[in-house]
Design a binder for this molecule. Structure first.
Ligand code: NAD
Length: 363
């Protein structure tokens, strides 16, 4: 039975991604965005008037005290995520936080501990887990219908020019926390792990190929998953023909998705191995299609919150892909050594931040 309660939502950080949140709340009948906050009061006011939101603040604490929301949408850059999430839990609200959930694993640990102590949910926005195609492929993989996953490729080949990196906070460890692996590759790494599950080891290297950055503009990694599949991962900010893609070869099929910032059924393909063509007739995508987006993610989280159910798999496990990213940086710091989850759990520095040596290949 679904309750008739309506969620009072507030949003902090009225920048670019906040628009996707406002649209997603708008599309959901049982939630209302009652207020927004931003460091810039003017930006908050402008955003509120654009979406017909009743109140605009320049201070999160004041907004929490005044509005007593059920849920806080955290849309600020990663730096303030921890403090804002803790404040939201202290006020009794649930939190939906944008990727990356925190600039370090230690900070994310604090956020998860605060969620548990407050008995509230911490949902993370990796919207590329959503969409009917990803759900379908995940179910096929998890049921064993495609046989055992064997080998995978995960590519984030994006193009960010010199001007993009000229913004003072970009490309620097202190202000961005990481390079293209943390900022861009994390989406595809997250989808890969959503499909293949827990990881067993990571080896990685960081490269500076062309851009004027302190962080990496490319990285390469090998990930071994617990269930036995091995994945090659390449992430780049210097690739003119851009693509985000995943390929998984199983005992019975090759699954691919090729897209850029979001995917629908046409972006996915399941190719049967010789001899499995007849079986493949049962692998067809469902008739009704929903693309990956913020809207299905927020809808499914809101449904779970209203019904008192656990978070959906599209928004739970906030640490998994951040751990993969951290492990790539930790491995690079040890000249490509193998990093396991237990290495990462007690790593002397890489739970606190990701700064690592980058091999400079610029000419
Ligand atoms: N899921 C996605 O596809 C996606 C896409 C873009 C960005 N993001 C993520 O969303 C977050 C925000 O990115 P963006 O591109 O919207 O950034 P942005 O710079 O456009 O907006 C951030 C806003 O937060 C405000 N802000 C900063 N610090 C604040 C603070 N302490 N208190 C209140 N307001 C504060 C800024 O004034 C700004 O208006 C990042 O974590 C980013 O990685 C996710």
């Amino acid at each position: 039975m679904t309750s008739e309660k309506t969620l009072r939502a507030v949003l902090v950080g009225t920048g670019a991604v906040a628009n996707a949140h406002a649209r997603a709340v708008d599309a959901y009948p049982r939630a209302e965005l009652v207020a927004v906050a931003d460091l810039s009061h003017e930006k908050a006011r402008e955003f509120a008037s654009r979406y017909g939101i009743a109140a605009a603040y320049d201070d999160l604490d004041a907004m929490l005290a005044e509005e007593r929301p059920d849920v806080v949408l955290v849309c600020t850059p990663p730096g303030p995520h921890r403090a804002q999430t803790l404040a939201a839990f202290a006020s009794g609200a649930h939190v939906i936080v944008e990727k990356p959930p925190a600039p370090s694993l230690d900070e994310l640990d604090d956020m998860r501990a605060a969620a548990a102590a407050a008995d509230r949910e911490l949902a993370v926005v990796f919207q590329q887990r959503t969409g009917t195609a990803a759900a379908h492929v995940r179910a096929l993989l998890q049921s064993g219908a495609l046989g055992r996953p064997l080998v995978a490729m995960c590519q984030t080949l994006w193009f960010r020019d010199a001007e993009y990196f000229a913004v003072p906070w970009r490309g620097r460890w202190e202000t961005e926390g990481g390079g293209t692996t943390l900022g861009h590759g994390i989406h595809q790494l997250d989808l890969l792990a959503h499909l293949l599950g827990d990881w067993a080891s990571v080896q990685g290297r960081l490269w500076r190929l062309d851009r004027e950055t302190e962080t990496e503009d490319a990285s390469t990694a090998t990930i071994l998953f617990e269930q036995g599949a091995v994945a090659q991962v390449i992430t780049s900010a210097v690739s003119p023909r851009e693509t985000s893609s995943i390929r998984i070869d199983t005992q019975k099929a090759t699954v691919t998705v090729d897209h850029l910032y979001g995917h629908g059924h046409d972006d996915w393909r399941i190719t049967p191995a010789p001899g499995f063509e007849a079986e493949a007739e049962g692998w067809g995508f469902p008739e009704s299609e929903e693309r990956s987006d913020h809207e299905p993610l927020l809808r499914d989280v809101f449904d779970a919150l209203l019904d008192g159910r656990p978070l959906p798999p599209t928004a739970d496990a906030p640490a998994r892909s951040l751990e993969l990213v951290a492990a790539i940086y930790a491995s690079a710091a040890a000249d490509g050594a193998v990093i396991t989850p237990s290495d990462l759990a007690r790593h002397p520095t890489h739970r606190a931040g990701f700064e690592s040596p980058v091999t400079d290949l610029r000419r």
